[in-house]
Design a protein around this ligand. Structure first.
Ligand code: HEC
Length: 179
């Protein structure tokens, strides 16, 4: 092999880790509006079209969530349901039902992060359905419920009053300083 060929092979080998590093680099600094993603606020702003029922959600849950969260969403250490009213007790059990202040952000969370390891594989209708099912497991909606962008924001979560808006807290601080 001539020296020229050695140089070509060497350059090629050096390029492999460089190309791999480019693929592994976090894609930081992209403007939010350019990302093909939903971002759903507490008011339900950003929720997509579509709907899903508790009944449909039960099937999705059984196939795609049960293994990690348990048959009734009460897997110790990874619970989604139960614990309502336990937060100020000796063993608080933080779940969607006992802790989360809004139902809308449950859609956002599942859309973004679940099923763990296979994120972003559920369609919007499936997310509405499994969101409804998780709320059903918490006795927050009935088994006949169908959720959509208009009905999801209407749900009042049990711990809604357990949260305060930071703006209210700032207003309290300001008021205290004036006195
Ligand atoms: C492979 C295991 C796995 C599967 C499958 C899975 N999850 Fe999860 N889930 C987790 C883990 C682990 C966490 C905690 C993640 C963390 O705190 O960063 C979690 C957290 C959550 C939370 C947040 C709970 C809280 O109170 O913070 C929700 C809601 C949720 N999962 C819903 C679902 C739904 C709905 C499905 C099915 C579509 C699903 N998960 C499938 C492992 C899984």
């Amino acid at each position: 092999m001539s020296t020229g060929k050695y140089v070509v092979v060497l350059v090629g080998l050096l390029l492999v880790p460089w190309v791999m590093a480019q693929e592994l680099k976090p894609k930081l600094g992209q403007p939010l509006e350019k990302l093909p993603q939903l971002a759903i606020g507490p008011s339900g702003q950003g929720l997509p079209l579509g709907s899903g029922s508790v009944e449909e959600g039960a099937i999705i849950y059984r196939n795609q969530c049960l293994a990690c969260h348990g048959p009734t969403g009460r897997m110790p250490g990874n619970a989604l349901a139960g614990g309502i009213g336990s937060l100020d007790g000796a063993s608080p059990n933080k779940t969607v039902g006992s802790f989360w202040p809004f139902a809308t952000t449950l859609f956002d969370y599942i859309y973004r992060a679940m099923p763990y390891g296979r994120e972003k594989t559920l369609r919007d209708e499936e997310i509405y359905a499994v969101t409804a099912y998780v709320l059903f497991l918490n006795d927050i909606v009935s088994e006949k419920t169908t959720l959509s962008a208009s009905s999801l924001p209407e749900i009042t979560m049990p711990n809604r009053e357990g949260f305060q808006s930071v703006y209210q807290i700032e207003a309290v601080d300001r008021a205290l300083k004036i006195q």
